[in-house]
Design a binder for this molecule. Structure first.
Ligand SMILES: Cc1ncc(COP(=O)(O)O)c(C=O)c1O
Length: 392
């Protein structure tokens, strides 16, 4: 296939999201060397911008070469030595993945779980620590992309520290789309991805470690099991030593640099409010045509709308039509929601009124065609009403 023939889409799935042309242009800048002083300046800028977006002063803040899962592995393998006890909070597919990664790293893993669509109450985490602990690390997913539920973190940080453990948080889906406050929530290790609310192509994973986590990594008795993700080595490239470890993905770094500039130009609170507004409009529109949300109503993510396909509707066939007839990509269900749900992303550049209106029109038309709703009118009117009320 000729790349010139690729059709642009509206990316409204669980990632990647639409990418700003400024970011694509940044990727096309001339490749320079990974030890070129200009590039080293970009790495310094990137660390500062990541600190701002994560809301942290952590020195050990950088972008791991690899997608969000690479960030997950980096955090786990650096904090865990074989036999260390780790509690993983599981509320969906990405909590399950963290459990798998921890077990492969040799942790003695315990879990605490809730049914899909719910969040884990702080008292449940504390009960698990008291009955199954002590633990070296407690891991939890902030925005569970498989269920569309937003897990409150602040209270959990206090509990985890009171019990002498480190808190590891997955912010792959949340960073840049809702509040993430690494220092305020006392998070010790946190990772994200570029292709969701940062609206950069996939390929890097921002990570940050607290001073306490750094001390744990420095004081390890055994070598980090992964050579590639060993922070004791990688940080000597990102730090003042500038020691070669692996060749940095130069043009991806350009892309993230530009994407973070865009995030900070907009401002974090404005960006969170924008995601919340378009979520409210989409939700009003979907509910007007009888499409039901799956996550607990008090804990729905703004950027990932997990909804049930109406009874008798083949969700996969509808997704295919959205793509083929309207150039709109949405995601299907994972795990327990496989074959039953759509996951509609409003992430970064894809959180706009144009996206919401296009999706409601296209989905309304397809569902009306299948006899599953009356038409698009009520959905668009409901969304419009939300927009007329504004950010409020
Ligand atoms: C919450 C969460 N964690 C981790 C990942 C893994 O990220 P990636 O697919 O970029 O490796 C994802 C991807 O969707 C995710 O949503």
């Amino acid at each position: 296939m000729n790349l010139a023939d690729i059709r642009p889409r509206l990316l409204m799935g669980p990632g990647p999201s639409d990418v700003n042309p400024r970011v694509l242009a940044a990727m096309a800048r001339p490749t320079i060397g990974h030890l070129d002083p200009q590039f080293l300046q970009l790495l310094n800028d990137l660390r500062e911008m990541l600190q701002a977006v994560f809301q942290t002063r952590n020195q050990l803040t950088l972008a791991v070469s690899g997608t969000g899962s690479a960030g997950m592995e980096t955090c786990v393998v650096n904090l865990i030595e074989p036999g260390d006890p780790m509690l993983v909070c599981v509320a969906g597919v990405f909590g399950q993945r963290m459990k798998d990664v921890a077990a492969r790293a040799g942790a003695r893993v315990a879990t605490t779980e809730v049914p899909w669509g719910q969040v884990i109450p702080a008292y449940q985490v504390e009960d698990a620590i008291e009955s199954l602990g002590p633990f070296k690390v407690v891991g939890i997913v902030h925005a569970e992309t498989s269920t569309g539920a937003a897990q409150p973190i602040a209270e959990i940080g206090e509990i985890v520290h009171r019990h002498g453990a480190l808190l590891l948080v997955d912010t792959v889906t949340s960073l840049g789309g809702m509040e993430v406050d690494v220092d305020g929530w006392a998070v010790d290790a946190c990772y994200s991805g570029t292709q969701k609310c940062l609206s950069c192509p996939p390929g890097l994973s921002p990570v940050t470690f607290s001073p306490a986590a750094e001390r744990v990594i420095e004081g390890r008795k055994s070598k980090v099991q992964s050579w590639y993700f060993d922070m004791n080595m990688v940080r000597q490239y990102w730090g003042s030593e500038r020691l070669y470890h692996h060749t940095a993905p130069i043009n991806m770094i350009y892309a993230l640099h530009e994407a973070l500039r865009i995030v900070l130009e907009e401002g974090l609170p404005a960006r969170w409010q924008r995601h919340a507004l378009h979520h409210r409009a989409l939700k009003a529109g979907l509910e007007a045509i009888g499409v039901r949300y799956l996550a607990d109503p008090d804990h729905q993510l703004p950027m990932l709308n997990a909804v049930a396909a109406p009874e008798g509707v083949d969700e996969g066939a509808v997704r295919k039509r959205l793509l083929a007839e309207h150039d709109i990509e949405v995601g299907g269900g994972l795990g327990e929601y496989k074959g039953k749900a759509w996951r509609i992303g409003l992430m970064g550049e894809s959180a706009t009124e144009r996206h919401v209106t296009a999706l409601l029109s296209a989905l309304g038309m397809i569902l009306a065609d299948l006899g599953a709703c009356e038409g698009t009118g009520s959905a668009l009117a409901a969304a419009k009403q939300v927009y007329s009320r504004g950010m409020g």
